[in-house]
Structure formats: structure tokens, C-alpha cells
Design a protein around this ligand. Structure first.
Ligand code: RAM
Length: 383
């Protein structure tokens, strides 16, 4: 409509100018012609519009075809190697995540893809979201994330997936709607059970226990703690007196452990379901000269815990192999990013030395059962 008016105005304007030049006779001719010109323009307009409308689907189809071709080419590229993925831990400076990165790099080498390891200094959801936003803007080929918050990261995960960037979580999950697949280190139920069992053994079946966790928003620890609370009635002699948070920072965890021993003088066991918390707690027990009275257990890496197994501060703890977890996360991400699988329940794919995996009905993949470490086997492990 706008265009039509402009054309009419232009034509009339030209005629008015000509009028001024040519005088009254011409003016009359023009005035007579004007309605005819306008009618002609109005007559043509629908035809032009119809032609544009007719062409639109063809143009759109061509655009869609081109986009698909680009997408397929990108997938072929990834299948041939060259994918640019990012392994995002909860935070940097944690040997557990560093070991996961060792496994991720091994997978990258085998797959011929690139994996960079990027995280924030502290285990914090806001900082993690900022990092992820910048990785999405860089249009990386895939993200493998250990999440600092299950719900806060959902919009970010959705944004990545909408941009065609697959999201695999591992270790600590984003809620299902914010990721494609979650790689579970071991059944949560089993992780909760083994920690209570170890605590009960160390306490001789009865006494006060406390939990020293990572951050208060950590999806993995919160799930394990909820399951431990649920199972606690199976251990009627154990009395859970407190749950505190060391934020996966060594010093804060150490101070929280000292605080627990001061507040609860009869405390028998600290369960730390975090590799940072368990090592800091064991050190605190040693420094407080409470070895043999207060025992530390939970989830730790053999290399960090060896000296505390020897000293008796932490005779027993559990974990899976974080290197295998990082390795499996990258194989899973590459299977989706390369188009080998859609990432749906029932999809199977190969994960190199770990064998074949199938996505379960709940959209997760399971690495395997945890290992319990003590003085008998700790020297068989080096991570
Ligand atoms: C810490 C982290 C990690 C957790 C391990 C057990 O390294 O909190 O998420 O899985 O502990």
C-alpha cells in the first residue's frame, strides 16, 4: 500500500512539474490522465503481490535446502574429526576434574576432535552461565558440563541446543529439559548406600555423624544427600547431627570440619561426598589430633587420600574413575554432535576402550559401580 502511494505521488509530482513548464492546456491533459494512471497502478499491484507470494515458498525451500546442506557438511566434518568441544568442570583447580580432563583428552585423541578444558575459578552457577554464554556465542561444536545448579542452567542449556550445540552433562546434571544426555558416574542410590555403609562400619554401628558437602546448590551432592537421609532409618544407631557446606574450596571445607568437631564433641564420622571436602576433613582430623576418635569417609581420589588411609584418619572411602567419566562424556558428546545418534533413549554408540553404551529411558548413560578404597587396594590406583 505504502509503495503504491509513493508511485502515485511520484507520477503526479512529475506531472505537476511538467504542468508548470507547459501551461494550462497541458495541465488539463494531465488532470484528465491522473485517474487513469492511478487506476493502472492499482490494477497492477495485486498481480505483483501475488507473484511475490507465489515465489516465497520456492525461495524459502531453497534457503532450507542450503541450510540442510551446510548442516550435513558440518556433520560430515565432525564425523571425519575436527569437532571443537569444551569440557566444563564445576570449577578449576580440583584434581578430580583434572583427572576427568585426562580421560577427555584421551577420547579426543582417539576421535580426532579437539577438546578444550574451561571453567570458572569457583564452583558457582552464575559464573558458569557466563562462561557458557560466551562459548555459545563462539559457536563451539558441543558442550560437556558438570553443572553447579540443576535448574539455573536450564535456559543456558536450552539456548545452546537451540543454536545446534549439543549439551551432554556428566558428574553433575542440568535438569533433563536443559541437556541432551547426562552421563552418570554410578547409580545415585548405590553412591548413597556405600557412604552410609562405610560410616556405619567406622562408627561401629552407632553414634553421631555429620555431612560435609560441596556447594548447597550442587545437583549431584544434593541428590546423594537426599538419598542418604532417606536410607538413614536403615541404620538406627546413626544420628545425623548436621550438614554443612565447604563449597569445594579446600580452606572453607577444612574450617567447616574443625567447626563440626568443636560443635559436636562426640562426633564419630564425617561423611564428605566431595573429593575436596573429604581430603580437607581428613587433614582437619589429623591437625586436631582426633585420629581414631573421628573418622572421615565419603568420596575421594586415591592420590589425595593415600596419606589419610595410612594415618587412619580416613580408613575407607569410595569413588569411580573420573578419567573414565571424562572419556565417556566426550564419546557421548561426539556421538550426538557427529549425527551418529540423535541422543534419544535406546540409542547405542561405541565408547572406545569402555565398550558400547545405550541411553537409558531417563535420558542418562551409566558409567558403572563405584570402587571402595582402603589399605588393601589403594596402591593399585593412581589418580
Ligand atoms: C568433587 C566435585 C564433583 C564430585 C566429586 C565426588 O570433586 O564436587 O562434582 O562428583 O567431588
Amino acid at each position: 500500500m505504502m509503495k503504491k502511494s509513493i508511485v502515485i505521488l511520484f507520477v503526479l509530482g512529475t506531472l505537476v512539474l511538467s504542468l508548470a513548464a507547459c501551461g494550462g492546456q497541458v495541465q488539463q491533459a494531465v488532470e484528465e490522465a491522473a485517474p487513469t494512471v492511478q487506476a493502472a497502478v492499482e490494477e497492477v499491484a495485486p498481480t505483483v503481490q501475488a507473484a511475490v507470494e507465489e515465489a516465497a515458498p520456492t525461495v524459502q525451500a531453497a534457503v532450507e535446502e542450503a541450510a540442510t546442506a551446510v548442516g550435513e557438511a558440518a556433520q560430515e566434518d565432525l564425523a571425519e574429526g575436527g569437532g571443537n568441544y569444551v569440557l566444563v568442570p564445576k570449577n578449576l583447580g580440583n584434581p578430580y576434574f583434572d583427572t576427568a580432563n585426562v580421560g577427555a583428552q584421551e577420547a579426543a585423541g582417539e576421535l580426532g576432535v579437539e577438546v578444550t578444558y574451561q571453567g570458572s575459578a569457583v564452583a558457582d552457577a552464575t559464573e558458569q552461565i557466563q562462561l557458557l554464554n560466551s562459548l555459545i556465542a563462539q559457536n563451539v561444536d558441543g558442550l560437556a558440563i558438570s553443572a553447579n545448579d540443576a535448574d539455573a542452567l536450564v535456559p543456558t542449556g536450552q539456548e545452546a541446543m537451540a543454536a545446534g550445540i549439543p549439551v551432554v552433562t556428566w558428574d553433575s546434571a542440568i535438569a533433563p529439559e536443559g541437556r541432551n544426555v547426562h552421563v552418570v558416574q554410578a547409580e545415585s542410590d548405590g553412591i548413597a548406600e556405600v557412604q552410609l555403609q562405610m560410616a556405619s562400619d567406622l562408627a561401629g554401628g552407632e553414634g553421631e555423624i555429620a555431612i560435609l558437602s560441596a556447594t548447597s546448590t550442587a545437583p549431584n551432592q544434593n541428590e546423594w544427600i537426599a538419598l542418604m537421609e532417606e536410607k538413614l532409618p536403615d541404620y538406627p544407631g546413626l544420628n545425623l547431627v548436621a550438614t554443612v557446606y565447604g563449597d569445594d574450596e579446600d580452606e572453607k571445607s577444612y574450617n567447616e570440619a574443625i567447626g563440626l568437631m568443636q560443635t559436636y564433641p562426640d562426633l564419630k564420622v564425617i561423611i564428605a561426598p566431595t573429593t575436596v571436602g573429604i581430603a580437607a576433613s581428613a587433614r582437619a582430623v589429623q591437625d586436631a589430633e582426633r585420629v581414631g576418635e573421628v573418622f572421615v569417609t565419603g568420596l575421594g581420589t586415591p592420590n589425595q587420600m593415600r596419606e589419610y588411609v595410612e594415618s587412619g584418619a580416613s580408613p575407607q572411602f569410595a569413588l569411580w574413575n573420573p578419567a573414565d567419566l571424562g572419556y565417556l562424556a566426550i564419546y557421548t558428546l561426539n556421538a550426538i554432535a557427529s549425527g551418529a545418534i540423535a541422543g534419544e533413549p535406546g540409542d547405542s554408540y561405541d565408547a572406545g576402550k569402555l565398550g558400547s553404551y545405550t541411553i537409558r529411558d531417563d535420558g542418562t548413560v551409566l558409567l558403572g559401580p563405584p570402587t571402595v578404597f582402603d589399605e588393601n587396594n589403594i596402591n593399585d590406583f593412581d589418580f
